[in-house]
Design a protein around this ligand. Structure first.
Ligand SMILES: CC(C)(COP(=O)(O)OP(=O)(O)OC[C@H]1O[C@@H](n2cnc3c(N)ncnc32)[C@H](O)[C@@H]1OP(=O)(O)O)[C@@H](O)C(=O)NCCC(=O)NCCS
Length: 339
């Protein structure tokens, strides 16, 4: 059946079939072909091999199973999507990048299909929940949000992106605190400190039973992550006792630095330990052109205040997270629904 649908904001009437495209395929794409996706379309034989490789990686617990997918119909490509399955059973899906030629109507129509097919593709993998986390300024944000909400994903968290203003004046007085490089500590010491800094926080970890702090730490130390070099981590100490931790993440290619984590043990909060850690981090990486950023949960008032008072300003850009617990029954019924 052909429908005529008016697209808001376009002022044009598009003839669209109810099921556009009639059949959508999702293939895994070899990393080398990324730049050519829209030119060459998928190669199904290679796709099957790549998908099998990904499934083998997942069952052997290999970290960073980023899976790149392309939505196509035959050799006509519509969108590309990146997903990741991690060791804690999270299936992450990022918003698709649509082909430029697609109208807004077609993008809306495709987004739900892509989501459905993508989840279906990995239906045999043990997954705890699917999650999508993206910047509100992402070009496909509104289209994607409509699709995930329709698929019963629920709002989980919002985080603010803050950037450090170089012109900001900071209080040099606090820098006198004793701060040591993370290289002097074992991974176990750092994990213990990280766990101790998580007591009674306003952070999501307190409210979210699905957050696994040990897995968080393993991710920070993962050699594939820019945070892996723990010699640049900072540990605040009182006597021999570690009381605060800052994990920086420096990406020299994009000249960006992130405060990936900052925390202080409960008994030492409110004594400018957090401020001292941030000041020291900024001083250690005072490289021209390098800008520090931080992503902070909006509900974490102490952390927002700490960053603001250390010279970080709100960019008004937000990361939002939507999540859906994995339910095979629900997915089976969704997969069976006609498209
Ligand atoms: C966020 C955190 C690191 C702050 O460290 P801290 O050493 O207590 O902070 P400081 O003493 O240096 O205070 C810095 C500023 O934040 C304010 N602040 C700190 N804790 C606050 C609180 N609970 N409520 C309101 N303001 C607070 C201080 O008043 C100060 O502001 P000012 O400079 O205008 O006076 C600490 O609360 C913490 O470890 N929380 C748990 C872990 C966490 O959530 N980390 C953030 C993850 S990104």
């Amino acid at each position: 059946m052909i429908l005529l649908r008016r697209c808001r904001g376009h002022g044009r009437v598009w003839p669209v079939t109810q099921a556009f495209p009639p059949s959508l395929e999702i293939s895994v794409i070899d990393r080398r072909n990324i730049d050519l996706w829209f030119q060459i379309g998928p190669k199904p034989a290679k796709a099957q091999a790549a998908r099998n490789r990904v499934l083998a990686n997942i069952s052997s617990n290999t970290p960073h199973n980023v899976v790149r997918l392309v939505a196509h119909q035959g050799f006509e490509t519509y969108a590309r999507i990146a997903t990741e399955i991690d060791s804690r059973g999270r299936f992450q899906v990022w918003p698709p990048v649509f082909a430029d030629t697609l109208s807004m109507c077609h993008k809306k129509n495709l987004a739900g299909l892509i989501l459905n097919r993508t989840l279906e593709l990995f239906s045999e993998v043990e997954i705890k929940y699917s999650e999508t986390r993206f910047l509100e300024s992402h070009p496909a944000a509104s289209v994607w949000l409509d699709a995930v909400v329709a698929d019963r994903f629920e709002f989980t968290a919002a985080a603010a992106i803050l950037t450090h203003r170089r012109s900001a004046t900071t209080r040099k007085s606090s820098i006198a605190r004793s701060i040591t490089g993370g290289g002097h500590f074992t991974e176990t010491d750092l994990l213990d400190l990280y766990l101790a800094c998580q007591t009674d926080t306003m952070d999501r970890a307190d409210n979210d039973p699905l957050i696994d702090l040990r897995a968080d730490m393993a991710e920070f130390l993962d050699p594939a992550e820019p945070s892996a070099d723990r010699t640049i981590w900072l540990v605040a100490t009182e006597g021999d006792k570690p009381i605060g931790l800052l994990i920086p993440q420096i990406d020299r290619e994009t000249r960006s630095g992130w405060i990936a984590y900052v925390g202080v043990t409960k008994s030492h909060r409110g004594k400018r330990v957090g401020t001292a850690l941030i000041e020291r981090c900024l001083a250690d990486h005072d490289v021209p052109g390098l800008q520090f950023k931080a992503m902070v949960d909006l509900i974490n008032d102490p952390s927002i205040k700490l960053h603001r008072s250390s010279g970080f300003a709100d960019t008004f850009d937000r990361f939002i997270t939507y999540r859906k617990p994995w339910s095979r029954a629900a997915d089976d019924s969704a997969a069976a629904a006609p498209i």
